[in-house]
Structure formats: structure tokens, C-alpha cells
Ligand binder design. Structure first.
Ligand code: FAD
Length: 326
């Protein structure tokens, strides 16, 4: 067993950024330990995307195309990927820690009798074994883990933690087409209803402006939307803001919401309860705006503004407009 295989995720005809992050990290691991970096790509009409992975250093891209794979199904994707994994014998299989990955990776790992480590923030080979670091107990602790057994180690990586660095020089990839030998698909997607009209996916956003109880009502979130759009980011919310009906549940950050890792997280009127911190504690830079100087969020924040958000936010937005290009 050697090398790293990445399972690519496609959304709306485009490769998700977290897939490139996984390929970049796979390249780094292969650089350390040797072995080939390959990508599994499934869908309908996706062959043209194979070259993108070469830019991030993948040497081989296996493409499985069929109309039945145009939408994701656990049965379909697991049945086309499993035989390839068995044949190619990679030491590790990586995927971005998305909702789809949380469905597919356990199924694949169980089918092949292998171990899975989820939401990893650090990866390294220790001899033959993949060893990972991942947050537990809502981010209060990190555990180092490895998996037993002879098969490949499956791992999902937390989006925005590993940089998506293009390879220098890039690899020239000739997609290797693999026939689709798809087992019976027992679950079929009939309709997909997207929340958020094409807004940036919170888990992949590089900037998140979040609001809590301090926002007072749904209408005031317009201020956050304006600031987020200026910073090409997304709007998040605390559970109180969601439970109050001010934001949809898909915006909730935290233990029972989404786990995010943006470069910049601006928390407005959020106290910093442990359940909220569990969702954003690994953000690279945290800015908190809160009128209470004792709010726990300030213990986590890199920059804190003690003040009324209704005064601070318009000033901040106004100043940023002066310095940021349209
Ligand atoms: P509050 O704690 O009420 O804080 C509001 C803050 O706004 C205060 O610090 C206040 O000083 C400040 N403020 C008020 N007015 C202004 C102003 N004008 N200007 C500036 N600041 C102002 N919470 C989550 O967020 N995500 C989760 O996923 C989640 N999961 C949970 C799971 C469980 C099992 C449980 C028990 C709880 C969970 N919670 C979660 C809830 C969590 O415990 C907190 O209740 C919640 O995070 C608090 O939200 P908040 O910070 O918006 O509100």
C-alpha cells in the first residue's frame, strides 16, 4: 500500500475548494512518504475537470462517468469507488469534511473493513500508518488518532484548514476512464432544494460575519449581509438568532450547527458560549464586537471591540468601503 487517493466533490459543475485542499495535502504527504497521488472523480460530463487536479499535483485522475452518477447517491458512488480503491491500494483516502463526505466515507470504509477519522486538522504518516489530529468535545481538546488494520486509512479534512496550493510545476493529467459498474441504486434523488440561492457555502467561506442575540431582530442582519458582501464572505448566526427565526438553520454555527474554519470570523452580539465556540474555534482570526467587556467571546478573540454593535458596524463598514476595491 502506498500513495494517497482523494475523492473529489463536484457542486454545480465545479470542483469544491475542499477537494483541492485535500489534493494539496495529499501532495505534501506523498512528498514526505513517497507514493502516487491520485483522484477519484465521478459524475456525468465531468471528464473536463480532471486537468484541474493536475494543477494541484495529482498524477492520476480516475474518471467514472454515467448519467446515473449525475446526482450523488450513497449506493452508486460507493459501488463505483470501492473496487478502484481495492485495486489501487492507496495508503490513505482523503476527502473534504462535507455533508456528502460524512455520508460516503463511512459507507466506503465500512464496506472495505477500514477505519475512518473525521474532521482532521493535521495529517502525517508515522511509518506505514496515517496519524491525524482532530478536535473533540466541541473543540475543547485535540486527539491524535490512527486506525488499526491493513486497509487504507480513511480521513476527512476540515475545510479551510489546509491550504489549496497549486503544484509547481503542475502535473499533466490524462484522465483515466473507468467503466461505471454501478450496483443497484436503492435511493434516488428526486429533487434538490437549495437553501440560500447560491450564497457562499458557510463551511467553505473564507470570511464569516455572524450575528447573535445582540442583533435584536431579523432586519438588522442586513448590516451583516452588507459587511459580508464587502468582504466576499457569508453570514452566520448563533443558535439564539436561528431559534428566534431571524436566520435559517443552515446559517447556524456551533455544536448543533456548522463547523467552520474561515480566515476571518467576525462575531457580532454573540456571547461566546462553548456550543458556539465549538463551531468556529479554529477560525484563523476572530474579531468580536460586544458591548459586555466580560463576554467570554473576548477570551477567544484575536481582536475585540467593546461597544454597541449598532454604532461599531456602520463605522466599520464605512471605513472598509474606503479601502476595499468594489
Ligand atoms: P447570548 O448568549 O444571549 O449573547 C448575546 C450577546 O450579545 C451578549 O454577550 C451581549 O453582551 C451582546 N449584545 C447585546 N446587545 C448588544 C449590542 N447592542 N452591541 C454589542 N453586543 C451586544 N449555540 C450556538 O450558537 N450554536 C450551536 O450550535 C449551539 N448548540 C447548542 C447545543 C446544546 C445542546 C445547547 C444546550 C446549547 C447550544 N447552543 C448553541 C446555545 C448556546 O448555549 C448559547 O445559548 C448561544 O450560543 C447564545 O447565543 P448568543 O451568543 O447569540 O446569545
Amino acid at each position: 500500500m502506498s500513495g494517497v487517493m482523494v475523492i473529489a466533490e463536484i457542486k454545480d459543475g465545479k470542483v469544491k475548494k475542499s477537494s483541492f485542499e485535500a489534493v494539496s495535502e495529499g501532495r505534501r504527504l506523498c512528498g514526505e512518504r513517497g507514493g502516487e497521488l491520485s483522484v477519484l472523480l465521478a459524475g456525468d460530463g465531468v471528464e473536463g475537470l480532471a486537468g484541474d487536479f493536475g494543477k494541484y499535483g495529482a498524477g492520476r485522475v480516475f474518471v467514472i462517468e454515467d448519467p446515473v452518477l449525475s446526482t450523488y447517491s450513497t449506493d452508486g458512488y460507493a459501488s463505483v469507488f470501492a473496487p478502484l480503491i481495492v485495486k489501487e491500494k492507496p495508503a490513505a483516502i482523503l476527502m473534504g469534511n462535507s455533508i456528502l463526505a460524512r455520508d460516503l466515507m463511512p459507507r466506503l470504509a465500512a464496506r472495505l473493513g477500514c477505519g475512518l477519522m473525521t474532521d482532521c486538522v493535521e495529517l502525517a504518516f508515522e511509518g506505514e500508518k496515517l496519524s491525524v489530529l482532530r478536535p473533540v468535545f466541541g473543540g475543547k481538546a485535540l486527539v491524535r488518532e490512527t486506525v488499526e488494520g491493513d486497509g487504507p486509512a480513511f480521513a476527512t479534512i476540515r475545510p479551510n484548514v489546509f491550504p489549496a496550493d497549486p503544484a509547481d510545476p503542475p502535473e499533466k493529467v490524462e484522465p483515466e476512464k473507468v467503466p461505471c459498474d454501478c450496483a443497484e441504486i436503492r435511493t434516488r434523488l428526486i429533487e434538490r432544494v437549495e437553501e440560500g440561492d447560491g450564497r457562499i457555502d458557510l463551511t467553505e467561506a473564507e470570511v464569516i460575519v455572524s450575528g447573535g442575540r445582540g442583533m435584536k431582530n431579523a432586519g438588522n442582519f442586513k448590516m451583516l449581509e452588507e459587511l459580508a458582501s464587502l468582504l466576499h464572505g457569508a453570514v452566520g448566526a448563533s443558535r439564539v438568532a436561528v431559534d428566534s427565526g431571524w436566520r435559517p438553520h443552515s446559517d447556524q454555527v456551533g455544536q448543533t450547527g456548522k463547523v467552520v474554519s474561515p480566515k476571518l470570523y467576525i462575531a457580532c452580539g454573540i456571547s461566546g458560549a462553548v456550543q458556539h465556540l465549538a463551531g468556529m474555534g479554529t477560525a484563523r482570526t476572530i474579531v468580536a464586537i460586544n458591548s459586555d467587556p466580560e463576554a467570554p467571546i473576548f477570551e477567544k478573540a484575536d481582536y475585540g471591540i467593546v461597544g454597541d454593535l449598532f454604532t461599531v458596524l456602520p463605522l466599520l463598514t464605512e471605513e472598509l468601503k474606503k479601502v476595499l476595491p468594489d
